[in-house]
Design a protein around this ligand. Structure first.
Ligand SMILES: Nc1ncnc2c1ncn2[C@@H]1O[C@H](COP(=O)(O)OP(=O)(O)O)[C@@H](O)[C@H]1O
Ligand SMILES: CC(=O)N[C@@H](CCC(=O)OP(=O)(O)O)C(=O)O
Length: 294
């Protein structure tokens, strides 16, 4: 074994105040499909989560899998369309979505954490009554006529109710819950739910100390493409209004606002492709991405 360098000792020692701050607190980590790419990043993610569990923090993982669903649909020769970042999902497609998210990806993520030495259990929002979903619609404006139309996205849902019992049982048993973003409607129908939205709902229901959204950009970028380290809810709203925040970043910041309004102390958007992104964010002074506060 090589001797630790003074720098390494400095880093470990510098983590002490953060270890105290997060002791026994819940941290919800959303692991986006784009952040999963490389094998090395997946391993570093698994190690980060296992380390949090080991030092007495309670991580809860919610994962995405949009790119993984895309490649399965491509293999099946099925086209998919998106409305405001949400995948229009019919009966046949929801079967593929559930298979990829609650099957392949869920087990990959829980396995990466387990291999790193923590106990992780993968569940979907349909297990233990975790997420009761309701159908969502979106209003779009026709650019030519300016007439607004309500679009039905099929079996796309949003969390109507979150029952945290199963999560609490796992957390109390020192098991890391790994949640796939599908839910069931009151009639048992399966709904496809955006993973950021699930993370916000879960973080809010658990009153988490922190919510981290791991994506493939450094965080919220300003007009000059420079990272904004910290934003208030009011600044985020102004950013959406001015068009500085657009596309896939809108549901992310909206999820952060939703979680903060439900008592989450801080929500961070950060680049999950960076090795040990979670540890950098939680245990260093500078943090890693954009922190959004109330
Ligand atoms: N102000 C902004 N700062 C950073 N990214 C932005 C901003 N506005 C729009 N975006 C876009 O949002 C994308 C992130 O959302 P998305 O692709 O849906 O992520 P994920 O797949 O991880 O859920 C970025 O890659 C970028 O193209
Ligand atoms: C309704 C809806 O759009 N659901 C998403 C669920 C997966 C997801 O959100 O994955 P990422 O976080 O990797 O983008 C989808 O079908 O792609």
């Amino acid at each position: 074994m090589t001797e630790p360098t003074p720098d390494q000792m400095e880093i470990i020692s510098g983590a002490l105040p953060y270890l105290k701050r997060y002791d026994d607190q819940i941290v919800v980590v959303k692991y986006g499909g784009h952040a999963m790419g490389e094998e090395a990043t997946a391993l570093s993610f698994g190690r980060d989560i296992a380390l949090l569990e080991q030092v007495g923090i309670n991580p809860v993982v919610v994962h995405g899998g949009g790119p993984q669903i895309n490649s399965m649909l491509k293999r099946l020769n099925v086209q998919s369309t998106f409305v405001q970042g949400l995948r229009v999902t019919d009966e046949a497609m929801v079967e593929v979505v559930e298979m990829v998210l609650a099957g392949t990806v869920n087990k990959q993520v829980s396995n990466a954490i387990t291999r790193a030495g923590a106990m992780a259990v993968g569940i979907s929002g349909k297990d233990g009554n975790l997420i009761r979903a309701r159908r969502v619609t979106r209003t779009v404006k026709d650019p030519d006529s300016n007439i607004e139309r309500v679009l039905d996205l099929g079996l796309v849902g949003e969390p109507e109710q979150v029952d945290t019992k199963v999560l609490r049982l796992l957390i109390d048993a020192d098991i890391v819950p790994v949640v796939a973003p599908v839910g069931a409607g009151p009639d048992g129908q399966t709904y496809n739910i955006n993973a950021d939205t699930v993370a916000g709902a879960v973080a809010g229901a658990l009153n988490a100390e922190r919510m981290l959204l791991l994506t493939d950009v450094a965080g919220v970028l300003d007009e000059n493409k420079k990272l904004i380290p910290e934003m208030t809810v009011a600044e985020v709203r102004a950013g959406i209004e001015s068009g500085m925040i657009s596309g896939g970043m809108i549901p992310k910041v909206e999820t952060c606002i939703y979680a903060i309004e439900r008592g989450v102390k801080g929500a961070v958007i950060l680049d999950g492709r960076v090795q040990h992104a979670v540890l950098r964010e939680l245990f260093t002074d500078g943090g890693a991405g954009t922190l959004i506060r109330g």
